[in-house]
Design a protein around this ligand. Structure first.
Ligand code: G4P
Length: 290
């Protein structure tokens, strides 16, 4: 089972607790390939009473069919949801409108109290590598200005004015995923969110082969041109597929034996760079293709 608890986790959580007091709306990034596995349930307690937005980031890498269902899933739970590719900027501009909609109640409340034109304050949160910095850079764009310390706001906090309605805390909140379910650890390792040095890549690639066989049966054949006719039911039979990939791609050690380590690296790299296709690892139960 993959376990990974960085020491600075508790400190980051405390900081986020403090930052939460300053904001109106939480913009939570999840990875569209693993919308549940990349979500930390602590955020529900931390962000209690705040407006909530979920961005299905990296949606350019995920299976559209499932992304649509995940969007509906989160909307049904009361979140405002958007599909975003922070790297290209696609969908990022729309987030401004969504922030406005998510904060409608707060704006109306302010108005009733005679507070006019007070910008809403937002914070971006998410697990490491989900794309927080990339999103902030894209969202902020060139038009914004850093506003610096403000009276009445904790000293040292930097706010970025997105427009006259929105201010964004310039440091994102970092959360860590929960690894109680071993499948979560495996999926996060597959997308490359866990330091590869603590992972057995051959084992991980066998997990990937088993998953693909179940959900994307054509992916390996299409990429490597190998015939996978035997049933793949366990890691032993998955290893046979890895062996075929090794042979096909000339990943061999001296003496011509298959080099499983290199083949595993190749398969994982192909998956992470979307060369196996747009693949979602968290399958909404009701959406199971099989
Ligand atoms: P973090 O702050 O949450 O830790 O994540 P960060 O923005 O550093 O992004 C992590 C990686 O994910 C970066 O790739 C970034 O380019 C990529 N990324 C972020 N959003 C998207 C997206 O919507 N689509 C795609 N395809 N990629 C995204 P990297 O390999 O570390 O850097 P780079 O080579 O892309 O510069």
């Amino acid at each position: 089972m993959i376990q990974w608890y960085p020491g600075h986790m508790a400190k980051a959580k405390r900081m986020m607790q403090e930052d939460m007091k300053l904001i109106d709306v939480v913009i939570e990034l999840v990875d569209a390939r693993v919308p549940l596995s990349s979500k930390n349930p602590d955020i529900d307690t931390l962000a209690n009473n705040k407006s909530r937005i979920i961005l299905l980031n990296k949606h350019d890498m995920a299976d559209q069919h499932y992304t649509k269902q995940w969007k509906e899933y989160f909307e049904a739970k009361g979140y405002f949801v958007a599909l975003v590719n922070s790297k290209s900027g696609e969908g990022v501009k729309k987030v401004q409108d969504i922030v406005g909609r998510a904060c409608e109640e707060k704006i109306a409340r302010d108005r009733r109290r005679g507070i006019l034109n007070r910008p809403v304050r937002a914070m971006v949160v998410g697990i490491p590598n989900v794309g927080k910095s990339t999103f902030i850079n894209s969202f902020v764009g060139r038009a914004s200005t850093k506003t610096g310390d403000k009276p009445g706001v904790t000293k040292g906090k930097q706010w970025i004015r997105i427009n006259k309605f929105i201010e964004l805390l310039d440091t994102p909140g970092i959360l860590w995923p929960k690894f109680e379910d071993p499948a979560v650890g495996i999926r996060l390792a597959l997308i490359g969110s866990i330091n590869d040095t603590i992972i057995n890549k051959v084992d991980l690639s066998l997990d990937l082969i088993l998953f693909l066989k179940e959900q994307y049966p054509e992916a390996i054949q299409n990429r490597y041109g190998i015939e996978v006719s035997d049933p793949i039911e366990d890691k032993k039979s998955a290893a046979k597929v890895l062996e075929q990939i090794a042979i096909k791609r000339s990943c061999l050690v001296k003496g011509g034996e298959p080099d499983f380590d290199r083949a595993a690296n190749l398969l994982l790299e192909d998956f992470r760079s979307v060369r196996l296709g747009k693949i979602t690892l968290d399958i909404p139960k009701e959406a199971d293709k099989s």
